[in-house]
Design a protein. Structure first.
Lengths: 351, 351
């Protein structure tokens, strides 16, 4: 029998989020039922709630940075038991047999990974609903273990902002002595600084805004470069092995290419669209540099990242809100007025 | 005492090439003096002769695909002796101590490699002159050994067209079972097909021109895809580990990105300038794909490539011309009327 669950949803691109009682599937034999304790608020929640990408399904319950506690498990679930602290990120399913899935790269599933919300379950064709809700039902393969000792609210953004920066850092083999730069100090950027630093890299923040120096240093930056300052940009010419570009809107990446080292890569993780102004190939060719993209991370590497964060006591810098304040939080997020992630305390749903 | 050498030169962007007697340096202790036997005609010879890149120095003696025979060596030269068959490519010097040079990647020298022509020698500040001449004087570190048995005229284009496609094939670890595509069937493209095939890859040619099928198959292509045909493009979606884009003018690379596999790379080796229409980041992000650039190759890998070509009997498909026909050859090259490289028989200079 389907479960009746309460949460917050939007009914159209123009509505605010408001309370909704909705149905989740009757748990399957490999499902884990999770009481949601905390849910991070990602910029993409707002994009999808407002149909900015023209692919929204309503009603929509957003939320894909989920921390919770297992309340029950299906008969075939062996890795989890009631009471376990767990996490759920941006995906809840994938085909499980394509070349990407077989490498543990479900985020690149050739048959598309199933999004945690705003998607359709591939087995029962029911819509998926996210973490702004009291409970969620997820296939065990897409449930992560959250290490003991991590602050649970601060851990929620690891499931999206954390893994989105972790995956390129690992794929491009960042470690001790690597030189890494992060463009933009937001939800993704601040996690990029923390993770790269903990991996042993020398870490630089590129920002357009003066006044972020103190915060950036606290978060792990060894150096701050004002990207609007030619002298500062010139001083890091040819320096970086990897630049993680977290900027979520159209921007000129050409000035950053000259700061890449030979064989260096600029990886876009925030901006989906056309590169304007046009990308100049000359710096790529005369330094064998690359412009690449990356999206979230696979389940195995998400677990690896959570375990790493447990060992290094890394969580996100957050502002905890009540679910009733979500619409105001969206407005503040639009103005970048958050350091550095809102996290909803889902206990507020019961008030 | 400087040497007096005859060759063909242009005196300005608007002049044709014509006979010129010019000076080369008195050989230094580490120099090799080479009688030029054959010199390939690269598209960039024409660009530089006509000052298309706004950096030309006149008079200019073009030519950087040089095959010759050693006539004398300096007192400190041990690797070469008179009579040896040798080659000289696009560079004749570099700083020799930067991080790139220390890795054998002189083409990415931080202090700029010295071009074989249209450049200034870093020691004596004399202009450099290329291979459209009877002799050339080159530092031993930039002289390559040409394996016995290779057709010498056909080997000349290996020094630029060959190494320019070899270097990315090696850097991106192409081997047996790899899936490689080459965009464009010209001097570079036809070498890309031959080399990728000999490395054991499955090889595809992208072309806009029907009618190249037979030639492409002979050169090593397993498949020909008309890039203007949506059905053919769709049939290779997600297929290639590496695409070598040899097109030397502005063109839309977006359609090719969808034919890259997960983690695949499109490497630009022909076009220097802005990517128009604008590059779309979405295919990069949803498949962790890269757009990269690459220029010629280091001296060690050029020797490796020549040795590989010796073992596999690979040379360029050429049309041998007399130096007196060089201006007509330039006009034909502009119309892509060459299969696939002009090579000057420098014996014609003595006629």
């Amino acid at each position: 029998m389907n479960m009746h669950v309460s949460g917050y949803a939007t009914q159209s691109a123009k509505d605010n989020l408001a309370p909704l009682c909705f149905e989740r599937r009757e748990p399957r034999v490999n499902d884990v039922v999770i009481e949601v304790l905390y849910c991070g608020v990602c910029h993409s929640d707002l994009h999808q709630a407002r149909n900015d990408w023209n692919n929204s399904i309503y009603p929509m319950v957003p939320g894909h940075e989920i921390i919770g506690r297992v309340t029950s498990v299906g008969s075939k679930v062996t890795r989890f038991k009631p009471g376990d602290q767990v996490g759920v990120g941006c995906m809840v399913d994938s085909c499980q047999h394509c070349a990407a899935c077989e490498q543990g790269l479900e985020q690149y599933c050739e048959d598309h990974h199933t999004l945690t919300y705003n998607d359709i379950d591939r087995h029962d064709r029911m819509p998926t609903f996210g973490g702004y809700s009291e409970k969620i039902v997820v296939s065990d393969k897409f449930v992560l273990k959250v290490p003991d000792g991590l602050d649970l609210a601060g851990a929620a953004p690891l499931l999206c902002a954390g893994i989105t920066t972790w995956s390129p850092l690992r794929h491009w083999k960042i470690g001790k002595g690597s030189k890494v730069a992060v463009i933009g100090l937001g939800g993704l950027g601040h996690m990029g600084l923390k993770l790269a630093k903990a991996m042993g890299a020398e870490v630089t923040l590129f920002t357009r805004s003066p006044g972020k120096e103190q915060d950036a240093r606290r978060l792990g930056a060894d150096r701050i470069v004002l990207s609007t300052n030619e002298g500062q940009m010139g001083a890091v010419k040819g320096r970086f092995d990897l630049i993680i570009d977290t900027v979520p809107y159209v921007h000129d990446i050409n000035p950053y290419l000259s700061t890449l080292s030979l064989n260096g890569t600029l990886v876009l993780v925030g901006y989906l669209g056309k590169l304007e102004p046009m990308l100049n190939t000359i710096p790529l060719i005369i330094g064998r540099k690359s412009v690449a993209g990356s999206v979230i991370g696979g389940i195995a590497e998400t677990q690896e990242m959570l375990d790493f964060c447990g060992e290094h006591d890394i969580t996100s810098d957050i502002e905890v809100i009540r679910i009733q304040d979500i619409n105001e939080a969206y407005e503040r997020m639009l103005k970048s007025d958050v350091k550095y992630r809102f996290v909803i305390d889902m206990a507020s749903l019961k008030v």
